[in-house]
Design a binder for this molecule. Sequence first.
Ligand SMILES: Nc1nc2c(c(=O)[nH]1)N[C@H]1C(S)=C(S)[C@@H](COP(=O)(O)O)O[C@H]1N2
Ligand SMILES: [Mo]
Length: 442
Amino acid sequence: MSIRKRRNGGSPPVEAVAGNGLLDRRALLGRGIVFAGAMTTGVGTSLTSAAAEPLKDDPWSLETGTVTPALQTPSHYEKHVVGTLTNPNNEMRTSHARTPHHLLNGTVTPNSLHFTINHSGEPDIDPDKHRLVIHGMVKQPLAFTLEALSRYPLVTRMSFVECSGNSAPMFSNEPVQATAQTLHGLVSNAEWTGVPLSVLLDEAGIDRSAKWLVAEGSDSLALHRSVPVKKAYDDALVAIYQNGERLMPGNGYPMRLLLPGYQGNMNVKFLRRIKVVDQPSLGFYEARTYSQILPDGKAWRFHFLQEVKSFITHPSFGHKLKEPGYFEISGIAYSGNGRIAKVMVSADGGKSWAEAALQSPVHSKAFTRFRMPWRWDGQPVVLQSRAWDEGGNVQPLRAEFVAMRGQTKRAVTNPAAFPNQHYNSLTSWGIGSNGEIKHVYA
Ligand SMILES: Nc1nc2c(c(=O)[nH]1)N[C@H]1C(S)=C(S)[C@@H](COP(=O)(O)O)O[C@H]1N2
Ligand SMILES: [Mo]
């Protein structure tokens, strides 16, 4: 289907380009004709209903609404759109809240729904008393207040943060029947604003022979991680705003380290100290946890990068397709290596693939939404997505991934083992002829 034909108002590209009804992604670029064509030439009904009846005046149209609040919260009709907690009864241990990807769209995670992992609770930090100290192998140790940092030249960028333990349920032998929130809810994406860490290190006069930084949080656990100096000079920020407002308490208020594309755990929240050193600290979270244990029992010493990954959020487990017809398949893709270059989608469990449309702008080390027009004929299908990044890295197929990294339930039987890290293979949603969606391994 040529562009010229569509410009001339010719028939839209609604013929399938891959198995089980995947349509040409260019159908999404056209005006209404293309979309309407996709619906009327398919089986099933149209998405619109004929406006035979005049519009009624509903009660909310007949009287003045409520007074505008100073701080908005979502409509009470959206009460179900919340993070899921690992310790809903306030048990005192690591607390997680997962992002409901299957209920969101676009690329920005609202601050109230950004995932959080706090290993020793959310500290209640007074921003006027909080200090960030840079010391160690520097000419002049320095202390920064939030107010001082706010006066530095600031940088704004999009970045995802992903816990390397995200998607750990995908290491099971049998697919866990759960939503994208349960499976992949430990990744979120925000627009962060902060001071480049390189500016602060330069001001302190970093010793050029220093290779490592140890970043420490001011929570009671003093979570700390070693970061290569090279990363600090690449794109690290001390972030002080999240999607335009101050950081959320669960995401590091009043300041956090942001290391775009690196393991979530290294993005130290409540940041209070950066020590410039010549070797890594081999602290608890880098020596014991957040490293993938390989099938032969060995572990990689450092595994900083969150690799290229994607998953379909719509439709997915927890949704139901009411009837055959036109649907948009969409999801998120991201890579710690840089920009997403391409996402392929399959509706027949990987036998045939079609290229999805990428929502622009495509930011480096940030969520990219992909979309694929699809006409479901009511037969069973298996939906999958597979992403490539600009470095040529591709999401491994599941068989490849299991061969490389192993498939184990150790995290379930022995939580202390922490073996299930860095899952970046495919996610498959099986849709039955009744429209019900299951998580499957294909
Ligand atoms: N000080 C401190 N920093 C921390 C943590 C913590 O518990 N304390 N959790 C880490 C972990 S395990 C992850 S995955 C990320 C999560 O960032 P988020 O809670 O903002 O999503 O923060 C990291 N930084
Ligand atoms: Mo994490």
